[in-house]
Every structure is written in C-alpha cells, then in structure tokens.
Design a binder for this molecule. Structure first.
Ligand code: PNS
Length: 161
C-alpha cells in the first residue's frame, strides 16, 4: 500500500495511537494522521495543539505526516488520493461503532477500504476520554501520553504540577 489516512479526534494523542501509527507506517509508504475538525465531540485541545503534539510524538516514524480535515472522511481520502483508511481496534466494545463507520464509508464511496490494526496489548485499555478523566482528578497521565500532551492537557484543565 502506498498512502493511508489515519483519522481521529486525537484529543489527546495517546500511546495506543502512536503504536497504531507505527504499525501503519510499516505497511504503507505514507501515513497521513488526520485530525477531524468537525468532530461532534467537545474537544479539550485546539486543533493546532493536537497537530503539534502528534508531529512531536511521531517525528521518529518515517513516512508520517500530520494534517487536519473537515467534512466527510471519504471525501478527504479521495482528495488525498489515498489507498485506505486506518483505524485502531482495541476491543470488542470498539467493534460496533467501527463496523458501522467503515460500512457507511464504504456505502458513500465503494472504492475506499478501511483497515483495522490492533495496538499492542499494553495499550489496549487506553482512551483519550479516560486519560482526560484521570488528568482531571490531578493524577499524572505521563505513562499514557507524551510530556507535551500532558502539559497541554494539564494547562487546559488548569492543573499545576
Ligand atoms: O477518534 P475518533 O473520535 O473515534 O474519530 C472519529 C472520526 C473523526 C474518524 C469520525 O467521526 C469521522 O470520520 N468524522 C468525519 C465526518 C465523517 O466522515 N462522518 C461519517 C463517518 S461514517
């Protein structure tokens, strides 16, 4: 495969995401990590912060670029002339949502395939939502996200270390 889009909210990027990016980069020449700007989720970090964090955390992985997109993911995939969408699959609980999204994307554009990659077992329990919840209680989340991401999350949550 040549070019893959890895879309998400990345609010914030965590070690499970980085693991999936590394796996995708071993399969594809180019992996475009793409931050959705119109996600229904109420984001903590700005798009610029999320892009900065992803660039910083993935600079060691060859073939990875970071950008943002708005509108439908499949339109962005076509615009980018990408070969596929990459999504991480952690557990059975992810499956229903991911299955629905992949099939809807295929319905919208039959030529766009979704490829699911499983992160390493040690990251299987990570989620941006839970990390923000833990950070919100004043606990350290540096085991799960980068220093840069932790600082941004703490600042947004107005936590002083
Ligand atoms: O990290 P997330 O929040 O699980 O990522 C979800 C994301 C951004 C990939 C998804 O919401 C998306 O593709 N949004 C773009 C709008 C779109 O195409 N919606 C239809 C998807 S079936």
């Amino acid at each position: 495969m040549q070019k893959a889009i890895y879309p998400g909210s990345f609010d914030p990027l965590h070690n499970g995401h980085i693991d999936v990016i590394g796996r995708a980069a071993r399969l594809c020449d180019e992996v475009v990590v793409s931050v959705a700007t119109n996600s229904a989720k109420n984001a903590l970090l700005s798009i610029a912060q999320r892009i900065d964090i992803i660039q910083d955390a993935t600079s060691h992985i060859p073939g990875v670029t970071v950008t943002q997109f708005e509108g439908l993911l499949v339109d962005f995939v076509i615009e980018q002339k990408a070969d596929c969408i990459i999504r991480g699959l952690r557990a059975i609980s992810d499956f229903e949502y991911e299955f629905q999204m992949a099939l809807m994307n295929r319905q919208l554009r039959s030529d766009v395939e979704t490829i699911f990659l499983m992160p390493s077992q040690e990251h299987i329990y990570l989620s941006s939502r839970i990390i923000k919840e833990i950070a919100g209680t004043g606990n350290d989340v540096r085991d799960f996200i980068s220093e840069k991401a932790a600082l941004a999350v703490e600042e947004k949550l107005q936590l002083k270390k």
